[in-house]
Every structure is written in C-alpha cells, then in structure tokens.
Design a protein around this ligand. Structure first.
Ligand code: KG4
Ligand code: ZN
Length: 385
C-alpha cells in the first residue's frame, strides 16, 4: 500500500509518501518521498508557537511540499485533475491554498497512491484544520480513501520502529507495550495490550514535560525551541556533582500522573533577579533536566511493575533527549533486564509525517476510512479516548 501522509498539528508542515507491506506488528516501510518544513524561524521571535502564523505558514507550504514529496517519490507526472466544486468547498476559507492547489492539480496527474492519511488531532486547531481540509480536497479530487490519524498514535508507533529515513520495520515487539509519550503538549503513560488498543494509565495534571523544557529555556534566556538548548547546556555539567536542588514533583505520589508547572516555577524563583554566568545557567539546566527525567523514570518504573509490560517505548519530541536515553537505558539494564527499551530512530522523534503514514497504514488495513467533508480537526483529541 502506498500512503500519502500529511502532518500540520503544530509548527512543522510535513508530507511523506510511504510504501508499506505486512500487517500489524510485522510491517516493512519504505520512505518513497519525504518533505518537511519547520516554522522555527517564524515563531522564534515570539518564543513559542503563534497559532495564526502557524496556520498561515502551513497553508503556504502545503502545496510546495506536496510537489517536493511527489517528486522525491518519482510520482510527479504531468496531467490534469480538476478541483470539483464540492472539493473546493473544503478550502473555501483558504483562498491562497485553494488557488495553489487548483494550479497544481491542473498540471499534474493523479499519483499512484492508495490512501491519504492526515493528522486530525490533537494539536493547534487552526493548524490542524488546514491539513485536514487539504487532505479532504485531495481525497475528493483524486478519488482516494482518506484516513484520519491521531498524532499521539503516530508518536507511539514511531517509537516502536527500527530503521532509518529510507527503510524501516515494525516487528518483533513484545506485547504488552508500555508507552511513555513526552512532547510539547503531552506527558502520558499508555498501555498497549494488543495492537492499536490503548489504556491511559497516567498523564500530566498541568504542563507537559516538553513545555517545561521550553519554559525553562525562556527563563534561562535560551532560544526557542528550548528543549534541545536546555539539554545541550545541561550536558556540559554531566560528570560533576550538582550544586543546586530542584523539586521532583509527584515523584512518590501513589499514581501515574505528572506535574511540571511547579518545577518550572521553582526554576523561575531560583534565577529571579540574578545575573547568571554561563556555568550557573548550565548548573540549573542540568538539575532541571535531572529532576524532570527522574520523575519520568519513577512513574515509568511504577507502571512497569503494575502492568507487567514487556516493552517500554518512549516517544514524542522529548524522546530525543540525550540524558533521558542514557538514564532510561541504564535503569532498564539494571532493574528490568527482561524488558526491551525502545526509542524512535533519528528523524522520527519530533513531529513528522512518517509516523502519520505508519498509523494511517494500520488504520487503513482496518478500513477505518472517513468520507471527505466529515473529518473534524480537534485540539483535544487523544488516542485513548
Ligand atoms: O513531539 P514534538 O515535536 O511536538 C509536539 O507534539 O509537541 O515535541 C516538541 C517538544 C518541545 O517541547 C521540544 O522542546 C521538546 O519536544 N524537545 C526536547 C528535545 N528535543 C525536542 N526536549 C528535551 N530535550 C531534547 N533534546
Ligand atoms: Zn508531536
């Protein structure tokens, strides 16, 4: 099956063309085309993602990225398809996008794909709608089935694959899987007892861990997106004892929930009114990273004991974090040698359309198609609901 996958939930516009074979738990994927544009430069000056700007950037970027991904896949063929009036209604409020897509369709033939997958939530609603409507218009124009995909299911499945940006597999995963999803919007522990079935075990009561990284970065005067910057700074202090102490919120609480807003506030009080040297900043970044990840591990460990999971898979943007990977690997090796630890390969951690293609493939195998015009973007949708 050839899947065209579209992702616009936050600040990355991404389109991937995947070729997939096999079934749930034993699938092989080839990336035929991949095009991604990050909006970092647009949002940098605001220190965070600005929804109206994100929406506009997605609208501007989608058609050029579609062209690039199809070209990459050798699927950009001359021809002509018309955007029927009902397909055009999906883009009625996206004048520029509608014009660009019409121009694209009038010059290119329907590509040899079998299904269109698109993220419909969770994320920034205005941003999601652009992708959803673009996908709905394409599905109608090309007469292809459409699969709505949960962004978090994408992150979860991406944490189970092995391979690279050319070819990867999803096989040999021992169930049940315990998934720790850590991103800018989510901090969740999810149990997957069988393929594509999920139980939410715990989640954050306030800020997500990625959000805390980003806010601490701002407090320390580091550029957006802050997670990787805090991590880079913290790495400089590894191997030396910490000279400051921050709280580990909810680390001993009798549940699997998280809380990160107090930790961020503690950092704010620690630096308030002080001029920090680079070393002091790095010391605080390191202690913050330790505190944040100590709690992630404590709750994951508790969940492993309670759930008897055979695989622990960490996914989402924060799963790129060096300390998290090292720390979890050491802990699993010493405390749970029978559990397999998995992380997404490079290029699969942050937002991308590859993971949407993977989830879209499995959902398409189950024939979970949606009629164009019926998909609703949702900011709060989550895969456990
Ligand atoms: O999954 P993702 O790309 O987007 C969402 O769905 O939210 O996650 C983005 C989050 C941001 O908060 C970013 O700062 C964080 O992941 N992040 C990191 C690292 N790389 C990205 N946090 C800590 N260490 C990193 N290396
Ligand atoms: Zn994400």
């Amino acid at each position: 099956m050839k899947i065209l996958a579209i992702e616009t939930s936050c600040d990355e516009t991404a389109i991937t063309i995947l070729e997939a074979t096999g079934g749930e738990g034993d699938a092989t994927f080839r990336i035929r085309g991949n095009a991604l544009l990050s909006q970092i430069d647009i949002h940098k000056e605001y220190g965070g993602v600005f929804p109206a700007l994100a929406k506009r950037a997605h609208a501007i970027n989608l058609t050029p990225l579609l062209t690039a991904a199809l070209k990459d896949a050798d699927m950009l063929n001359e021809g002509s398809v018309s955007l029927s009036p009902d397909a055009a209604t999906f883009l009625a409020r996206e004048y520029e996008l509608a014009e660009e897509l019409k121009a694209f369709l009038s010059a290119h033939a329907t590509p040899d794909i079998d299904v269109i997958a698109v993220t419909y939530g969770p994320g920034l609603e205005p941003a999601l709608w652009v992708g959803v409507n673009f996908a709905q218009a394409l599905a109608r124009a090309w007469n292809k089935p459409l699969v709505p995909v949960d962004h978090m299911e994408g992150h979860l499945l991406a944490s189970l694959v092995e391979g690279d940006l050319k070819e990867f597999t999803l096989r040999g995963v021992d169930l049940p899987v315990l998934s720790l999803l850590v991103s800018g919007g989510h901090t969740e522990l999810i149990q997957m007892p069988s393929w594509l079935s999920y139980t939410l075990l715990g989640s954050t009561r306030d800020d997500a861990v990625g959000e805390a990284f980003d806010k601490v970065a701002r407090i320390l005067g580091l550029p957006y997106p802050g997670g990787p910057e805090v991590s880079k700074l913290a790495e400089r202090m590894r191997g030396t004892p910490s000279t400051v102490t921050l709280p580990r919120p909810m680390i001993t609480s009798d549940d699997l929930d998280f809380s990160y807003s107090g930790l961020k506030t503690a950092v704010l009080y620690m630096v308030k009114g002080r001029e920090l040297s680079e070393d002091e900043k790095a010391t605080i970044a390191r202690e913050f990273e330790d505190a944040a990840i100590d709690v992630l591990w404590a709750k994951s460990s508790r969940a492993l004991q309670e759930s008897g999971a055979k695989t622990l898979a960490v996914g989402g943007g924060v799963s790129a974090n060096t300390h998290l990977r090292r720390f979890f690997a050491e802990k699993i090796a010493h405390e749970y040698p029978e559990v397999t630890l998995r992380f997404p390969p490079t290029g699969f951690t942050g937002d991308n359309a590859i993971m949407i293609g993977v989830a879209g493939y499995f959902r398409a195998l189950r024939k979970e198609f949606a009629e164009p015009g019926t998909v609703r973007a949702s900011g709060t949708l989550a895969l456990h609901q």
